[in-house]
Design a protein around this ligand. Structure first.
Ligand code: ADP
Ligand code: MG
Length: 458
């Protein structure tokens, strides 16, 4: 250990005693002291998200722990790996920690629709959902201040609903804020019901009640926004609800099966607003995360059954990426073993799960195929994609290829790094983040990626 890492580990010890373990794990565990000289401490953090969050919420704490340890004043700078590589230092604005003002007269009869079963505690974190998890926790800790709206997107069964409830439950537990969870279908149905009644009886009370219900809350969670599509009247009403809450700095959290830019059926003005805050992608789980989720489930089950490691590995490598299916298959395995009166072994698992495994959940895409599609498209060679060349006409297609591999295969960041000539997993992560930003900000790149994805799906 060098001096910096010894110093930093002492400071982290102090910080650890001051905050809860979840916050410590997400915001501090992967930080490093990159450099400390002339009263400036440069702290290396995993994502840009950490920079904002640490600067806004933990600056005072870090500074005071730092001063205690070194006995002199210190200025903090947070950097991500890429910035250090480029030796480009960003200045971080001083921001004050705002004290949350709790509303004392909370109405206890208010129905939040939250499912207590989904919390941060039982959400297993891996490479594919780490960023979404960190963003969700940032919003849960400081609703309405930094990332508004938080837009979580990804395929079905990757944990979007779980994360949304986790945010809601966290806020309910720690503040007196009013939280409301709904699906976009509920919103549409209630709206249609109310407008129908209005026509019947000329009854304006209901519509007022409806408006008040959605605008009197502090945190609105809307799940599966893609179902709002096409229903124009309810979309308009949602737009007004959104604007009202947003204007009052109330936190809005939205989930969808696709990114804001891919929600083509939404009105432009709504799509633009969804991009105002922070769109975060949940990727399909890799093998390690699937194993971790299965183990966690097995331990949580009251059933006293041993599940050998080779069975867990068999399930993790054969059951695709939908975590719902993973859980379903485990339930089926338990039921099958009880029914047959047999212990759980690999043979029993193969027998019990043949429907799950033969149902075509396996992915047909692999890294090599995507590399070839991207290389052909940009008229470069696969060797170039795997090389260390940094010129833009190779580096950019490489970043696109990494992004597409992460999105359309089952492979982890480290594994993709290996397939691209032994790059570090952080390079792959950075590429994915960068391309996501590009898709958001640059129409022509979004269109190119669209074309490539069509080919991948062919
Ligand atoms: P989505 O809303 O993205 O379709 P859900 O949030 O409903 O997915 O997740 C499907 C199931 O998988 C739920 O039972 C959820 O608890 C579980 N699940 C998803 N991700 C995780 C995770 N990281 N850790 C533990 N359980 C998870
Ligand atoms: Mg869901």
């Amino acid at each position: 250990m060098n001096n910096n890492s010894i110093l930093w580990s002492k400071i982290l010890e102090k910080i650890k005693n001051e905050i809860n373990s979840l916050s410590f794990q997400v915001w501090f565990e992967e930080t490093k002291l990159y450099n400390f000289s002339n009263g400036v401490a440069k702290i290396l953090v995993p994502y840009a998200l950490h920079k904002d969050h640490l600067a806004t919420n933990y600056k005072k704490l870090i500074t005071s722990c730092f001063i205690e340890e070194v006995g002199e004043n210190v200025e903090l700078e947070f950097l991500i790996e890429e910035e250090i590589e480029e030796e480009k230092n960003e200045q971080i604005e001083e921001t004050k920690i705002e004290d949350t003002i709790y509303n004392d007269n909370k109405d206890n009869t208010f129905e939040s629709n939250l499912n207590k079963k989904y919390t941060f505690d039982n959400f297993v974190v891996g490479n594919s959902n780490k960023f979404a998890h960190a963003a969700a926790l940032a919003v849960a800790e400081k609703p309405g201040t930094m990332y508004n709206p938080l837009f979580i997107y990804g395929n079905s069964g990757l944990g979007k609903t779980h994360l949304m409830h986790a945010i809601g439950n966290y806020i309910e537990k720690n503040t007196n804020k009013r939280v409301l969870y709904i699906t976009s279908e509920t919103f549409v149905n209630e709206f249609i019901e109310i407008t129908r009644k209005k026509e019947d009886k000329n009854d304006f009370d209901n519509i007022d009640f409806f408006k008040k219900k959605y605008r009197d809350i502090d945190v609105l969670l809307v799940d599966d926004i893609q179902f709002l599509a096409k229903k124009t009247e309810s979309q308009k009403e949602f737009f007004h609800t959104f604007n009202n809450l947003y204007g009052d700095e109330k936190q809005i959290i939205i989930s969808s099966d696709r990114s804001p830019n891919d929600l083509k059926i939404l009105e432009d003005r709504l799509r633009t607003r969804f991009n105002w805050g922070l769109p975060v992608n949940i990727y399909p789980p890799d093998f390690d995360l699937k194993v971790a989720i299965l183990k966690r489930r097995i331990n949580a089950e009251a059933i006293n059954k041993e599940v050998p490691d080779n069975v867990i590995e068999y399930m993790a490598s054969n059951i695709g990426t939908d975590i719902r299916n993973l859980e379903g298959s485990l339930n089926r395995l338990f039921a099958y073993s009880t029914m047959m009166g047999r212990d759980i072994t690999l043979d029993l698992a193969i027998e019990a799960l043949k429907d799950y495994i033969n149902a075509g959940y396996s992915e047909k895409n692999d890294v090599g195929r995507i590399q070839k599609i991207v290389a052909d498209y940009f008229k470069i060679s696969i060797e170039d994609l795997k090389s260390k060349k940094r010129n833009a006409d190779i580096a950019f297609p490489r970043q696109i290829a990494m992004y597409l591999c992460r999105k359309h295969t089952d492979e982890s960041f480290p594994k993709i790094g290996i397939e691209f000539g032994g790059k570090d997993h952080s390079t792959v992560m950075h590429s994915c983040e960068k391309i996501e930003q590009e898709i958001k900000n640059n129409k022509s790149i979004a269109e190119e990626i669209d074309k490539l994805e069509k080919e991948i799906h062919n």
